[in-house]
Design a protein around this ligand. Structure first.
Ligand SMILES: NC(=O)c1ccc[n+]([C@@H]2O[C@H](COP(=O)([O-])OP(=O)(O)OC[C@H]3O[C@@H](n4cnc5c(N)ncnc54)[C@H](O)[C@@H]3O)[C@@H](O)[C@H]2O)c1
Length: 441
């Protein structure tokens, strides 16, 4: 059997194994030296950190690097000179198909799903930055395709493996707070833009391939400092605002600890939509169905920008404790837990829950966990089966930001807002001609 044929055979076996409930097969087994061969899409910004963290695993061989900005590509290549370089991830996947096992996606949000799905379609393991996708439909599809093919996946929420967040999860699940009725969560970051439409535009720098940066979205002129790098977060067609950016990290622990599923509804207080940027400050409220760790239902309220940190009604923090700029507060029947973003949880009031015996937990290296899972040695914690529904819940709040003061009732099974028809236009978008992707377009 040729190498290509034996690889296709192996992938079919993996899919068959997954379908019959067997553990996923060892992906790196195909490489001559037994290493996991990785391809990285987006290697500037967080992509640079992802590249260092994943390649710090001794069983990783960085095989390919891709970036639409040659400055970032060259910087990454200087540290991994054996890797082949590309500007278009579609060309990279075509040319490297038989020479890579796993794909790491660290691009702006609107390109997560197209890049990740293109890799899943070829049977590759995928590590994809948070939030998993820009739209709900994309998150649903990524999860379903990854699960149907039995592929190893991980969403980039490295703090999921932190000691503090694992401890907070164990504490909540120990029942020490009693059933939890409300989670407040907040970030004082501002990834919004309240200004008007941009006019004019200039030629992009020669290092940037603007057509590829826009990718599946609607074409527009390049504007320095507005989109690339980083500030795309504020713009509705590319980013997901502060909720999508920080909410994924901060809501991850409540979502995991309380075993939440799909919300029943979401409602936002913010300025009227402009069609350009996400609102600079938002209060988003959700109701989730009850679970074994919550009261009959769970209310989650998010505050961002200048609305954060909030004053929590009927909750008195212990003397000398200030509200952190980012964090979450769990309100339970027996007590409360303040969880500053990636810092030690504080149980209060003292005397009731404050002297809890700490459960024994350890931190997990989330990046190496992905590599080890690809090599068949463990499983990932933030796989798309977990990250998909978490992202869908957050994205419903991002959609609600476009319909201020309106409760959006959500039918998760049908993937539809049942009472505001226009909101369904934001659940799934049409990809630009020439950038369609199987299973998404
Ligand atoms: N997990 C975390 O703590 C964390 C922290 C920061 C950012 N992030 C996430 O990482 C992602 C990137 O954020 P950032 O701040 O690094 O953004 P950025 O704009 O600074 O960097 C994005 C990189 O991707 C490249 N890129 C853009 N489009 C591309 C394409 N089509 N193909 C290949 N490369 C492309 C850019 O040139 C750049 O190198 C986002 O999803 C963000 O939410 C996660």
């Amino acid at each position: 059997m040729s190498h290509a044929k034996s690889r296709r055979h192996f992938l079919k076996l993996s899919a068959a194994a997954a379908a019959t409930g067997m553990a996923c097969r060892r992906l790196g087994a195909q490489s001559a030296n037994g290493k996991l061969r990785t391809a990285h899409i987006g290697v500037g910004g967080m992509g640079g950190a992802d590249l260092s963290s994943i390649s710090s695993h001794p069983s990783v061989e960085v095989a390919a690097l891709c970036d639409i900005d040659t400055r970032n590509l060259e910087r990454a290549h200087s540290a991994h000179s054996g890797a082949k370089t590309f500007r278009d991830f579609r060309e990279m996947l075509d040319q490297m198909d038989d020479s890579i096992d796993a794909v790491i996606v660290s691009t702006p949000d609107h390109t997560h799903a197209p890049a990740a799905m293109s890799a899943l379609n070829r049977g590759k393991a995928v590590y994809c930055q948070k939030p998993l996708t820009h739209e709900v439909f994309e998150a649903r599809q990524l999860r379903q395709v990854a699960e149907a093919k039995g592929l190893v996946t991980q969403m980039g929420i490295q703090v999921h493996g932190s000691y503090e967040y694992r401890l907070a999860t164990a504490l909540v699940q120990s029942g020490i707070l009693g059933r939890v009725s409300h989670v407040y969560a907040w970030s004082n970051k501002n990834w919004g833009y309240d200004g008007g439409a941009f006019s004019g535009g200039v030629a992009p720098p020669p290092e940037v391939d603007w057509n590829l940066w826009i990718g599946t979205a609607k074409m527009r002129d390049y504007q320095p400092g507005v989109y690339h790098p980083g500030n795309w977060r504020k713009i509705v067609d590319f980013g997901t605002g502060t909720l999508g950016d920080m909410g994924v990290h901060i809501f991850d622990t409540p979502y995991r600890a309380l075993k939440l599923t799909a919300p029943k509804w979401a409602k936002t207080t913010c300025r009227p939509p402009t069609g350009v940027g996400h609102p600079e400050k938002n209060v988003v409220t959700y109701e989730f169905p009850g679970t074994e760790h919550t009261t009959d239902s769970l209310i989650w309220t998010w505050y961002d920008g200048a609305f954060a940190p909030p004053t929590i009604p009927n909750v008195q923090l212990p003397n000398g404790v200030d509200m952190p700029g980012q964090g979450a507060l769990f309100v339970g029947e027996r007590g409360n837990m303040l969880l500053p973003h990636v810092a030690a949880p504080l149980l209060f009031p003292l005397g009731e829950v404050g002297h809890a015996k700490l459960p024994a937990v350890e931190s997990v290296n989330h990046y190496h966990q992905f590599v080890d899972a690809c090599l068949g040695k463990t499983k990932t914690d933030a796989h798309f089966g977990y990250a998909g529904p978490l992202t869908e819940a957050l994205l419903l709040g991002v959609v609600a930001n476009r319909f201020p003061d309106t409760q959006l009732d959500w039918d998760a099974a049908a993937m539809r807002v049942t009472n505001v028809e226009d909101a369904n236009k934001l659940i799934r978008r049409t990809y630009r001609e020439g950038f369609e992707v199987e299973n998404l377009s």
